[in-house]
Write a new protein. Sequence first.
Length: 247
Amino acid sequence: MITTIIQARVSSARLPGKVLLPLLDTTVLGSTIREVQRAKKIASVVVATSDQHGDDAIADAGEKLGVPVFRGSLDDVLDRYYKAAKKFGAEHICRVTADCPLIDPDIIDRVAAEYEKERCDYISTGRIASTFPDGMDAEIFSFIALERAWREAKLPSEREHVTPYIWRHPELFAVREVQNDRDLSRVRLTLDEPADYEVLKRIVAEVRPLSMNAIVRYLETHPEVAAINQNIMRDEGYTKSLKEDTA
């Protein structure tokens, strides 16, 4: 059984409080939870936030949505994931971030099916070279792999971004990737900047059902919407974290 742990925090340098912003009939966090819960291969969902006072609002929101909440380290997110997984007895973990409110449950199920088929330690929609839109990101890994990463990872980027120690070391772990049948890596559906929020609001107001293919079709027929956030670099936070490794 797979447990999804959704990481969420209020503090964001580029868009503070972004995961609690309203999005149609819910919030960004609420939409992320709802879409993950639609995945057939996900047994349970946990929200993992920090133990800082500022994240009380995240904990309250999760509880109001009926989702268990774990609170741990703000910056050592790997430690937060490990302790959350341990507390809830998760043998297999799906990692999703709360700033991906349009994540397609069918993609999660596809990644989960490949994980079960390959019997690997770790699988994702592509950490090295993704062909999925930014915001359709899912990683699944075993608790055993998570525990080893928790024990051995030392670099700031490995502690903050949870899984790099695993996928950077294919000699230690069986690592797999799921690729989309079409390269959609330039499509941006995540939330980091105000421009991203404008795009997300347009999409949820006009697209049904909220599937990756339907969203992509909408953006292809409304290029003016897709252009709003096209100049934002993908994985900017991770790139910044890599610089801290050598600081």
